[in-house]
Write a protein that binds this ligand. Structure first.
Ligand SMILES: [Zn+2]
Length: 309
């Protein structure tokens, strides 16, 4: 599972991002021959014919850096992959999280300087909050080993302590302070429709990743979740000029889903869905890894990099 890439140009280095040399090395480490084209992976998966060593590559979030940095490598090695895209970006409006990431990575010396600034603006003593959540912090570290403890603490404050609105207000104050204008970076950060069309034309498989990319999709009602995936499916189908029933794959944004989600995806005719971690999540009713055809496990590239070193 891949997200961010960087180069020497407009795609600056950020947390967890890799460059094209890292990408080649990861592919080498996995073994080029073990990597199937997305359509072959899909066919073999459906027929239950996948061997233990056979994998595919997936790219989430329709990030422009994937087109500029990763795609040339895929073309060089002739690998066809899955691209899971959320579709609000094609309507000129996105959730702010990608802007927040860019800001965090580019407007501070390092991420800890960002965290310090953030906590200064928040201006609240979080000691007892962190103490209360010690167990969760430890568990998260096990689940996502590539996060540092300060990353985990920040995410906890952002996702659990603050409301989305409070968090955004703090970020907007920081934007102002640094004179950061997010929409200046829109084109550098996100796919355009033509990128999606090119990928499709070149044999990569485009799949769903919701419309707005909510952080906690599972907390939405059945109808709200349905709306997320129906909109995503119809926009992709429109952009690619491809019938809806030819779009068969998806990945869960932030790995968030529940039984409603799985039912909705089934009703939409999705036949292959990916999660974002390798471990079993009992709270989701999972009994094993690859619990169902809509819960296929993926390994984050950062974890593969760690194994290599
Ligand atoms: Zn995503």
């Amino acid at each position: 599972m891949f997200h961010h890439f960087h180069d020497d140009g407009i795609h600056t280095k950020g947390q967890g991002s890799i460059d094209k040399d890292d990408f080649y090395k990861i592919i080498n480490f996995i073994g080029r021959n073990n990597i199937l084209d997305a359509d072959i992976f899909y066919e073999k998966f459906k027929k239950n014919k996948l061997r233990n060593n056979e994998v595919c590559l997936t790219f989430d979030d329709a990030l422009k850096c994937q087109i500029d940095v990763a795609l040339p490598v895929l073309e060089d090695l002739q690998i066809k992959s899955f691209f899971f895209v959320y579709t609000s970006m094609f309507q000129g409006k996105v959730d702010n999280f990608e802007f927040f990431r860019y800001f965090r990575m580019n407007y501070f010396e390092n991420v800890d300087e960002f965290y310090n600034n953030f906590y200064k603006v928040l201006n609240y003593d979080l000691k007892s909050f962190f103490e209360k959540n010690r167990f969760i912090i430890e568990q998260t570290k096990i689940k996502f080993p590539h996060y540092s403890i300060s990353d985990i603490k920040f995410r906890l404050v952002r996702n659990n302590f603050l409301t989305k609105r409070q968090y955004e207000e703090i970020m907007f104050l920081m934007f102002k302070e640094k004179q950061f204008n997010p929409y200046d970076y829109y084109k550098n950060l996100f796919f355009e429709k033509s990128d999606l069309q090119t990928l499709n034309k070149n044999g990569h498989l485009i799949g769903l990743h919701s419309h707005n990319h909510p952080t906690h999709l599972e907390k939405l009602s059945y109808d709200e979740q349905k709306n997320e995936y129906v909109r995503c499916l119809s926009l992709i189908s429109d952009i690619l000029n491809k019938p809806k029933d030819e779009i068969k794959s998806m990945s869960h944004p932030c790995g968030s889903y529940n039984q409603d989600t799985l039912q909705i995806l089934k009703n939409l005719g999705i036949e292959l869905g990916f999660k974002q971690i390798m471990s079993i999540e009992p709270e989701k009713g999972m009994k094993k890894v690859n619990n169902s055809y809509l819960e296929v496990a993926r390994q984050d590239h950062a974890d593969i990099l760690r194994r290599m070193n």
